[in-house]
Design a protein around this ligand. Structure first.
Ligand SMILES: Nc1nc2c(ncn2[C@@H]2O[C@H](COP(=O)(O)OP(=O)(O)OP(=O)(O)O)[C@@H](O)[C@H]2O)c(=O)[nH]1
Ligand SMILES: [Mg+2]
Length: 434
């Protein structure tokens, strides 16, 4: 294995330059500069010499013995003045050392990957982090670089491989007919749940952009069910007009609030009903638009008639049974949350639930925005194979084989099974010294 060397800091001239050297000869090669390694991970100030004995520069030497280094190999980092002449002089001496050469683009990261220090998603996150220009980009890149998706995909891969193992164990011990409630039945339920998680994750990719400017919650329902009252109670101020007259709210009223540290835009809307005058009808149209664009819909009703068609298309809905203090509650199929603006405990329950939901959505959106286009095809292929496994009428052996294929697709994302040319393409897009 060659030892590689490169300037790892940015363009010269600069205040300081960092030269990184990685590989078995790292500690030996610095002796060519008249320097030597000292205590691991501790800076020591030393002088660097040319072979003819003249001083090139003075700077710091840092020693990271294998495996506790970025690449997992022996690494030495030199901090010198960021002068073109100094850096060129030092690189000349080091690269002339036997077994040491200049690094290619992305070669340090590639070695970190080969040595299992990072997986492919983390390597890509690192590249994004270096390129990040905005806080939002930085956060997403940081998530990817620190293994956010690696953990998620690894977890799914484990589930698939466990399921396959369970099925194979089942085949080995099975009687002629399939016993209901057998291990395999549980496995297929788990696989259906996994399928949902992966689809959900892919949806997050599409939604991720929007949530950044604030999490939008829309209060919708029929007239007079208490939407404006709930908005006021949650916001802690009389922002919307409340009256016992149906059709009070005519336009969308938006309040900005902080729920558990998240910026939330809570919208009150006009009650939705058939017979309405021109102004109210326009208000109702706006209610439906608001409900469709919301990240979360709170669907209020003060009776037990729920009609999800009423509120338009949005799969992210929480049903709320309002005016719970009036005591007309009857059990319903709908798992509605009971709330009364006169009962502060019920309001706190709503706030708790909202902060939980917002956190879940934000986690999902963050994971979603970290998905790279390269992953999408593999995730779709994974879903396809799980579906085949679940729906197939074939023998269990064949169905288990689809699960193996699904796990393989996830392994392609993390780089577990990738071919030389795919890896080469990814790492060569990195710059030299990375
Ligand atoms: N008892 C009781 N009354 C409530 C509650 N919430 C709202 N109300 C009453 O219900 C009536 C309608 O409340 P609003 O908040 O204006 O209802 P809305 O859904 O905004 O109505 P529109 O704007 O007309 O669609 C008012 O008289 C409120 O005082 C509650 O939790 N308990
Ligand atoms: Mg209202």
């Amino acid at each position: 294995m060659d030892t590689i060397v490169a300037l790892s800091s940015g363009s010269l001239p600069s205040g300081v330059a960092i030269i990184r050297i990685s590989g078995p000869k790292a500690s030996k090669a610095v002796t060519a500069l008249g320097a030597q390694i000292t205590k691991p991970r501790q800076a020591s100030l030393q002088t660097f010499y040319d072979p003819d004995g003249s001083v090139i520069d003075e700077g710091l030497v840092l020693w990271f013995p294998s495996p506790h280094s970025f690449t997992g190999e022996d690494v030495v980092e030199l901090q010198t003045h960021g002068s073109r002449a100094v850096v060129a002089g030092i690189l000349d001496v080091l690269s002339a050392y036997d077994g040491v050469r200049h690094a290619e683009a992305g070669e340090f990261a590639r070695r970190a990957f080969t040595n299992g220090k990072i997986d492919l998603t983390e390597a890509e996150g690192l590249a994004d982090l270096i390129d990040a220009e905005t806080t939002a980009q930085r956060k997403v890149a940081q998530y990817l670089a620190t293994g956010g998706l690696k953990e998620l995909y690894k977890g799914w891969q484990d589930q698939l491989l466990n399921a396959r193992a369970m099925i194979e164990a089942d085949i080995d011990f099975a009687d002629e007919d399939d016993v209901p409630g057998s291990v395999a039945d549980q496995v297929w339920q788990d696989m259906a749940a996994l399928q949902r998680s992966i689809s959900h994750h892919l949806e997050g990719y599409d939604r991720s952009e929007r949530i950044r400017d604030g999490f939008k919650i829309s209060l919708v329902g029929k007239p007079n069910v208490g939407k404006s009252s709930l908005l006021n109670a949650l916001a802690g101020s009389d922002r919307a007009i409340v009256s016992s007259e149906a059709g009070t709210t005519r336009d969308v009223v938006e309040v900005r609030m902080d729920i558990a540290g998240y910026l939330v835009l809570l919208s009150d809307t006009a009650g939705i009903r058939e017979q309405a005058g021109a102004v109210e009808a326009e208000g109702i149209r706006r209610s439906i638009v608001s409900a469709e664009q919301a990240d979360l819909v709170l669907y209020l009703s003060d009776d037990d008639n729920w009609d999800h068609d009423l509120i338009g298309k949005n799969s992210n809905v929480i049903t709320i049974r309002s005016k719970a203090d009036l005591g007309k509650l009857t059990p319903t199929d709908e798992e509605a949350i009971h709330v009364s603006v006169n009962d502060s405990a019920s309001l706190l329950r709503i706030l708790d639930m909202l902060s939980l939901r917002i956190k879940e959505e934000l986690d999902r959106s963050r994971a979603g925005s970290a998905i790279k286009s390269r992953y999408i095809d593999h995730l779709h292929q994974c879903l396809k194979d799980i579906k085949l496994a679940i729906e197939s009428e074939d023998a269990l052996e064949l169905r288990a084989e689809h699960l193996r294929a699904a796990a393989y697709s996830l392994g392609r994302i993390t780089g577990q099974y990738d071919t030389e040319d795919v890896l080469g393409r990814i790492f060569s897009s990195f710059c030299i010294g990375k």
